[in-house]
Write a protein that binds this ligand. Sequence first.
Ligand code: NAD
Ligand code: UDP
Length: 318
Amino acid sequence: MGIAESKRVLVTGGAGFLGSHLCERLLADGHEVVCVDNLFTGAKRNILHLIGDPNFEFLRHDVTFPLYVEVDRIYNLACPASPIYYQVDPVQTTKTSVHGAINMLGLAKRVKARIFQASTSEVYGDPEIHPQPESYWGKVNPIGYRSCYDEGKRCAETLFFDYHRQHRLEIKVARIFNTYGPRMQLNDGRVVSNFIVQALKNEDLTVYGGGEQTRSFCYVDDLIEAFVRFMDSDAAFTGPVNLGNPGEFTIRELAETVIAMTGSRSKIVYRPLPSDDPRQRQPDIGLAREALGWAPTVALREGLAKTIPYFEALLRAA
Ligand code: NAD
Ligand code: UDP
């Protein structure tokens, strides 16, 4: 990339799972990166290899407070994504999504930056339409245990579109479906990392409910490619756009696949289903295919084969 195209890019949540991969990709593309994170679920370990790069800067900061930096582009990823973590302090989770969005949108308005929002398939709640297109408005419980996350993200989408209409901000709203890969924490609590860690320790795999609920799992490299294409796309294309892998699996199938691929002695045990756990989830990615020329390339078994060695190394070091 030529120097003229090089941008100053802010990544909030940059020390998290997705954020750290994004920072790495942006540096490789020749950009300057300001990584902002309060390290709630992120870790310095995720970005240690980037510290020392003159184009990389880390700021420990909570996005619920205003931030003054000069940048050309903003990727707003700050928010705990795992249900067990976003439910630890649900008020802070809503504040992170809503006050965080207001602060980052205010910053974007002041410095005239294009701004990307990491929204989520959770805006569809427990969907009545399958697979979910962007035109579906969702079925979300406003007062349940997942609401701090789901409604926070929905309100953030509202703010993005109002700043776009009212203040002419260039926005990019991505609805991300379940994504996995290296740099998830050992105790992240989401299903792929839980199952791999349990299998590697020969502990029972905890399937919640009967394991018939479905999810569609995207490998991290595919998702980051979509982020970058979306940010670089025509200003008129605001989204929301679904980003994920349409390959759909039951949670029991995922457990069986992980046990087979790790050669584990683990068994499957069944635990109560958390409330409001969506029964099915599969992205309709027609819009992303058409507008971004993007589709995922890494199948589940292939992505798991890249992720399992990362957790093996983490467990050896623990
Ligand atoms: P993650 O928990 O690894 O990363 C989130 C990062 O945000 C962490 O580093 C955390 O410390 C930071 N953070 C949290 N609250 C903050 C605050 N108030 N101020 C500053 N930093 C804060 O999760 P992830 O999977 O990397 O998710 C990144 C983003 O993508 C989140 O916004 C999440 O909602 C969204 N998303 C992820 C998925 C997925 O499957 N991975 C799916 C849908 C949406
Ligand atoms: N799940 C499970 N066992 C676990 C962790 C999660 O069976 O150890 C289930 C969970 O109930 C849900 C699915 O796996 O149906 C995906 O959960 P995750 O927390 O990864 O993401 P989300 O529910 O937000 O899609």
